[in-house]
Write a protein that binds this ligand. Sequence first.
Ligand code: G3P
Ligand code: MG
Length: 265
Amino acid sequence: MTPEALPRPPAEPLPAAWPLPLWIAHRGAGRLAPENTLAAFRLGAAHGYRAFECDVKLSADGQPFLLHDTRLDRTTPERGPAGDRPWAELSRLDAGGWHGRAYAGEPLPHLDAIVRFVQRNGYALNLEIKPTPGLEQATGTAVAEACRRLYRGCAAPLLLSSFRPEALQAAQAAAPEIPRALLLDRLWPGWPGVARALACVAVVTDYALMDAALRAQLHAQGLRALCYTVNDPAEARRLLGLGIDGLITDAVDRFSPQAGPQVFD
Ligand code: G3P
Ligand code: MG
């Protein structure tokens, strides 16, 4: 039997409506402002971005707030795991001074504050559930429940994503109506089945993993294909040529979302 004659897997048609714009600002505005702060979102928006990725985890008393690292060391003056502290304490920390004096005093944002900003402006939000290790299910549940409450009656696009299937599973159980995406930093065995079981609408891969075959596999499975963190114009061009559905970038000052698929050097 020739390869042409082999049966093809049934291609599930992609839903026509995909609410996220192509370009998504990583952690608000990449490295131009302190990551995962409201100031970063404002700067990303000033550069024309209408969709934002950020990382969310839980305080010791279960409040969802924005922070990438497990520890406070890199982006605040404090040391130690962030998840050990109550929100009343975290909310007083300086999450901007590490970046430069222009941002000194910028607070760690509560999820509610970020949602207020994106909803008021009609921006899309890609919330990466970034649990403190061991709190995958609790974080998935709490973030999904918070989003269900905050997005009631609001049409602004929202996508939950995570590297941790357990977090996505908990989010699915708590608020199945909120779209989910599986994040992949490598193509571990069984990921397509996990994405299917979690009823994901998208897979977001490290850009180096994405090629024509993977893009086709995702689309054939009814999944949108997105990549992180794309900062190089040549890579952006390559990915756009593959028919990618979304690019998460730090380079908000180099890539203009208004330019559509055009990429500037
Ligand atoms: O959500 C995509 C991207 O943010 C994943 O990597 O480490 O920057 O959160 P990281
Ligand atoms: Mg992230």
